[in-house]
Design a protein around this ligand. Sequence first.
Ligand SMILES: Cc1cc2nc3c(=O)[nH]c(=O)nc-3n(C[C@H](O)[C@H](O)[C@H](O)COP(=O)(O)OP(=O)(O)OC[C@H]3O[C@@H](n4cnc5c(N)ncnc54)[C@H](O)[C@@H]3O)c2cc1C
Ligand code: SF4
Length: 571
Amino acid sequence: MATNLNLKGKAEHTYDAIVVGSGISGGWAAKELCEKGLKTLVLERGRDVKHIEGYDTTMSAPWQLSHLNRPTRQMLEDQKVQNRTGYTVTPAHGQYFVNDKENPYIEEKRFDWMRGYHKGGRSLLWGKQSYRLSPMDFEANAKDGIAIPWPINYADLAPWYDHAEKFAGISGSLEGLDQLPDGIFQPPMALTPAELDFKKAVEAKWPGRKVIPGRVAHLTAPTPEQLALGRSSCMYRNLCMRGCPYGAYFSSQAATLKAAENTGNMTLRPHSIVHSVIFDDETDKAIGVRLIDELTKETTEFFAKIIFLNASTVASTAILMHSKSKRFPEGMDESGSLGRNLMDHHLGVGATGVFEEHLDKITYGRRPNGIYIPRYRNHTEKPTRSYLRGYGYQGGGLRQGWTRQIDGFGEEFKKQLTSFGPWGVGIGGFGECLPYADNRIWLHPDKTDQWGLPLVVANAAFRENEINMRLDMRDDAVAMLEAMGAKDIQSYNNEPAIGLGIHEMGTARMGDSPKNSVLNKWNQVWGAPNVFCTDGSAMTSAGCQNPSLTYMALTARAVDHAVSEAKKGNI
Ligand SMILES: Cc1cc2nc3c(=O)[nH]c(=O)nc-3n(C[C@H](O)[C@H](O)[C@H](O)COP(=O)(O)OP(=O)(O)OC[C@H]3O[C@@H](n4cnc5c(N)ncnc54)[C@H](O)[C@@H]3O)c2cc1C
Ligand code: SF4
């Protein structure tokens, strides 16, 4: 590996802060650091997808997409892992998911590692469901005696949730639920007639259950700050994974990176694969990062007083593992917990049915959202099987179209094809996964990728707690659809795979001691306090809520601490 470090160039390679990764958490780190006046270098391993002009399929009509938007054989060959979702690899947006052949890793057990390597990361691709963790979630490990306690509680993060929601723009309803705290919301998206009937039936039969509009990072009433960034209200096109030309959903491109860029303090370097943090054993401090250029494969070093790792859970953990020095001979961790406690939400379990009321009504547009049922098990209701924690549901009810099962021929057949069918209703669960020390990732000692980086090895599985929970997730879905009077109810409980929830978490957890955790309560690496890690790797437990809003809040909080500590000369 060639190194082109020279001391003359060191000044040009020195910034106040470095952020690794430009996805959801990296974008937040960049915005907050730049707005606090720090000259910030954002290092992104992939290409620069520019806001609007980079979204090459965003305005394509169905007939303009190749192969009727079905994946080609080549795509299926190149993106075998990415295609495990069944919906991500298509000509409309498959280009935003990695080529698995070019980015290999080793699955000792199945691990569905879904990745987007480009500016904005998975902020371009996410489903935008945005929920706070609750006090109960932060207390769960301590109460159950599982893994280690969180070093922070809900009150520590609440103001930063407010901060993240205000800027990102979350639409949702105020519900006053203690298991799903309210936030600062723009008006919620309306429920369909079938969803309103479902809500009525469920809430009447089970007083502890609530059916609410999904809380989503789509603008429904943009603030002056959001309008000034060039963002506008959601048009209900539901083509979001192609990139939104209106900036209507929260992405790094439309929101955080734009705000960072506006300060004049950000430099973004694409094609920069960060390989490790440089730790100077003489000064006992992290001083920068070492990267490999994606295209030239040359190694370069950049320097800064503050380093934020936001490459996503597995990638940030791999960087920490690869950051070896005299002080950290095994990578940046002294607890033995780095790489352990990999978590994800388990899904692929629920039920569907049809609902034959309100056949005189249809819905307007393509709402990029649905309903949410917050957790009630081990909260307002005991589980019917033996397990800890609980689950929420996402789903919805929409009129069926021409793709429904239609029999017949002739005039009647044509008539049916051109008219709406009954309402299709369905809910699918998102279950909490406990942190297990032997659900882990590590770096292969010999095998490397084309950039000479060691391959990640994964060995993790869901256990009895999750498997038992899934039986309730399935049965409750059926019971709730029955309660509304749905027909043709079909339940499913697919084989769950870690990674398929695309909420990978843990592996560099926060804790209150360097003996049992990688990060302290401010997301600082123990022993290297100017290195912060604020993506999903920091999570001490998973909750059952979609996690990205929590990464945003943790990141903003950690930047605030980093800058105030730097001002005091403490880091
Ligand atoms: C289809 C889909 C639906 C989803 N739906 C939801 C949802 O509804 N709600 C929710 O909360 N979450 C959802 N998620 C998950 C969400 O996208 C992630 O939780 C979130 O993007 C994680 O943020 P991050 O900053 O950690 O990582 P990412 O957004 O993945 O960004 C990481 C960035 O780091 C870069 N990078 C990686 N390695 C390196 C390196 N070595 N050097 C430099 N750069 C590097 C990557 O290229 C990438 O740009 C969904 C994800 C997908 C794909
Ligand atoms: S549904 Fe809304 S956020 Fe999604 S692409 Fe359309 S306008 Fe943008």
